[in-house]
Design a binder for this molecule. Structure first.
Ligand code: FPP
Length: 258
């Protein structure tokens, strides 16, 4: 276990990057990759910049990794952009983070459309500012018929709240005779979660050296492979994503079996 949890040291960018990409494509590519994009604040601090500069740089990395994930054949990329706990941050930072989806989609949506990417969102929509929600909903709508990579933004997302809400929904459906105890199993319960239309992540990546889940997809990550790196999210490059997938392809997933 300890061995599995150790940080992976990043390798230098290899000149045979394209070869590595080709090799990856020949093996089983993780269908769903989820990323906790951490370290934006520290990246900015190291450069004596305001924290929001780190978030802005981090936004550009989302674009880069989406493109690569799509090229590698990943089906779903979930990125933790804002948690239900992030409202505790200074108002100026929260306001900035809430403007990023507009900037991201305003800049990159035409490219995403061209690349057949489908935008989705999981999280509590009610508390999001109207301008944030408008940008996201419009991107979801514009890309709904696309059939390539699903770029799933976890925005105002919290896993405990999600599970609790699902339990309440099940109870309500049970009271109304829509579901009975005998029909409730892992599969039916999963259909009450915000990820009902998605497969569980095969691979979780967290950057910046923190080894925790921070209330992210607690149910869905039950059998995922974890890969941690001490690279800060704004410094996360294609070579790191490729490295994470190479490590994943060398792991043996047993799902509790032998
Ligand atoms: C955690 O780093 C990061 C966040 C809370 C925000 C992540 C958001 C982005 C990378 C941009 C999202 C892009 C779009 C398109 C919506 P931190 O601020 O906690 O870093 P620290 O631990 O170094 O302080």
């Amino acid at each position: 276990m300890l061995d599995k949890m150790k940080l992976w040291k990043s390798q230098p960018i290899s000149s045979n990057f394209q070869e590595r990409v080709m090799r990856i494509k020949k093996q089983e590519v993780p269908s769903h990759v989820a990323i906790i994009m951490d370290g934006n604040g520290r990246w900015a601090k190291k450069r004596a910049l305001p924290r929001v500069a780190g978030h802005h740089e981090g936004m550009k990395v989302v674009r880069k990794i989406t493109k690569l994930a799509n090229e590698l054949g990943v089906k779903t990329l979930t990125v933790y952009a804002f948690s239900t706990e992030n409202w505790k941050r200074p108002k100026m930072e929260v306001d900035f983070l809430m403007k990023l989806p507009e900037e991201f989609l305003g800049t990159f949506l035409p490219e995403l459309v061209k690349e057949n990417v489908q935008v989705k969102m999981m999280g509590y929509r009610e508390k999001l500012p109207a301008h944030t929600l408008r940008a996201v909903e419009s991107a979801i709508n514009e890309t709904k018929n696309n059939t390539g990579l699903i770029l799933n933004f976890a925005l105002n997302y919290g896993s405990r709240a999600e599970i609790l809400e699902a339990v309440k929904h099940v109870l309500n459906d049970s009271n109304n005779g829509i579901i009975s105890e005998k029909d409730l199993n892992e599969e039916t319960f999963s259909s009450y979660l915000m990820t009902s239309e998605l497969a569980d992540p095969d691979l979780l990546i967290r950057t910046s050296g923190e080894i925790r889940l921070s209330n992210f997809m607690l149910w869905q990550l039950a059998y995922s492979e974890f890969w941690f790196t001490d690279v800060l999210w704004p410094d996360f490059g294609e070579e790191h994503f490729v490295e994470a997938i190479e490590v994943y392809q060398n792991r043996q997933r047993r799902f509790g079996g032998v």
